[in-house]
Design a binder for this molecule. Sequence first.
Ligand code: SF4
Length: 273
Amino acid sequence: MIRYPRHLTFELTAKCNFRCPYCYCVWHEFPALGRPELDVGGWLRILDKCAADGVKDILFTGGETLLRKDLVEIVDAARTRLPDATFSLFTNASRLTASLIDSFKERRVSLATSLQGLRTYGEMTGTRRKFNRLLSVLATASEHEWPMAVSMTITKANCDEAADMFVAAALSGASRIQMGAMMAEGRGREHLDLMLTREEWERVKASIRELPDAHVPYSFCEEFICACRTQPEDFLRKWSDPHHKPCPAGRDFGVVGPNGKFRACLHTVEEIT
Ligand code: SF4
């Protein structure tokens, strides 16, 4: 049986109440990887193995984590088994409330979310929602002294407002910002027309670097395609990273999918036993 690496991501559910066109979750291409969804007992067994293997940090993600009614039970079980581990939780924040923020703060679980757009928020989430609520959740988290990290996926639709998105997240209290171009993975493979070229991505990065210093740490993610997956020739031609270094996926970090099976990373599709 595989020994878990020190850094793990738990994909707690494949369900989501958003339909982001760029969502890279693997089950959009390979539905079997998202089911059957493990029940709480299954996650407790995974957590026992985490304790035995010396896992040091866990990112809880999905799908949308807050759709799981037993989320707090799983987090508490994780804390009991791994008292010194670092935990973080990714959510689209649609169901995140002030009292939930306090409860995650009490449990030492850092929070992260996405800002998908401003004018384009509805289009980029596949919903009729507006961005205002997300910014208000960021401000609440900051007021409760548990500020959230924010990630942004840049596409052809929202690239013109990327700098405004950055400023909005920073002014609303984001603790840090990660920005990346949409990847040709998951549901993104049905929306390749939204992919940026490398030149467009460089222009987005330049527009962020030109902003006045907002005193919020930020980073860029350079992956357009997963280098660990076998990729079509035209994808490699258009989107491979010229500076790609060998990837430590599966050794330094890994993913436990909604069905409890281990994969090397969020984008790889082989299950490892
Ligand atoms: S990117 Fe996140 S919020 Fe959007 S559909 Fe995928 S899991 Fe849901």
